[in-house]
Design a protein around this ligand. Structure first.
Ligand code: CDP
Ligand code: CDP
Length: 222
């Protein structure tokens, strides 16, 4: 494994973070850490065990009993919650539309950030999320901020759903994405924001290969 390089990738929903992060991680032999999956796993656990997602204390208690781990698979990686495979469950609409409420609690974030920093302390990583360049890895070797228009991002999600055999309404997806962007960027505790030293890439008209190549060029430079 590449032991030293740390790459932070932030940006709003469906800007291409995880797809690009997985590619970079596999090409550079780095560990990929999907921090969104950690917030999603806690949200899934809360919904399943009827914990009120507005109750910060209850969520912190739940998080302390919740171990989230990743394992590589053919498509990227699987996500486990206390050993149980929840890779698909955490992409559910119920989780997607409530995760921003869970992620807004400052005490939940403190614990999550600590876990994420531990994962990066002895490993080279590509980590994606919302606050990686600003809070989790402020000294990352390279910071990327991906953006794309709401229309493009809704169309990406629509296509993704269609491939899974799920019907979705583009206008509804646009609304959901815009609402999540709003919640994530206006919360008090580490909102989604571009770090001053991050490179911004607008992926609206770019292919996945284009974005990966652009990031590889930036890596060459550092
Ligand atoms: O894949 P997608 O962009 O839809 O979302 P995600 O990366 O799985 O993140 C899901 C949600 O978790 C986000 O909308 C944020 O509310 C929260 N999140 C966060 O607050 N901080 C992070 N570092 C990662 C995710
Ligand atoms: O992780 P995040 O929510 O930021 O996005 P993602 O899950 O990596 O990407 C959402 C969808 O957009 C995936 O189906 C990608 O294949 C697609 N995508 C794309 O079409 N063009 C890009 N430049 C990047 C991603």
């Amino acid at each position: 494994k590449n032991e030293t390089l740390t790459i932070a990738i932030d940006g709003p929903a469906s800007s291409g973070k995880s797809t690009v992060a997985k590619r970079i991680a596999s090409e550079l032999d780095l560990i990929y850490v999907d921090t969104g999956a950690m917030y999603r796993a806690l949200t899934f656990q809360a919904l399943e065990s009827n914990v009120n997602i507005k109750d910060q204390k209850a969520l912190v208690d739940l998080l302390e009993k919740t171990d989230v781990t990743f394992e590589p698979n053919e498509k990227g990686q699987s996500v486990f919650l206390n050993g149980r495979d929840i890779t698909y469950d955490i992409r559910d609409n119920n989780v997607t539309n409530t995760v921003s409420v869970v992620a807004a609690h400052p005490e939940v974030r403190v614990l999550m950030v600590k876990r994420q920093q531990d994962m990066a302390s002895n490993n080279g990583v590509v980590m994606d999320g919302r606050d990686i360049g600003t809070v989790v890895l402020p000294d990352a070797d390279l910071k990327i901020f991906l953006v794309a228009s709401v229309k493009e991002r809704a169309e990406r999600r629509h296509k993704e759903n269609k491939e899974k055999g799920i019907f979705s309404d583009i206008d509804q997806l646009k609304k959901d994405i815009a609402e999540r962007d709003y919640k994530d960027s206006t919360r008090d505790s580490s909102p989604l924001k571009q770090a001053e030293d991050a490179f911004r890439i607008d992926t609206t008209k770019l292919s996945i290969d284009d974005v990966v190549n652009e990031i590889k060029k930036l890596i060459q430079k550092i």
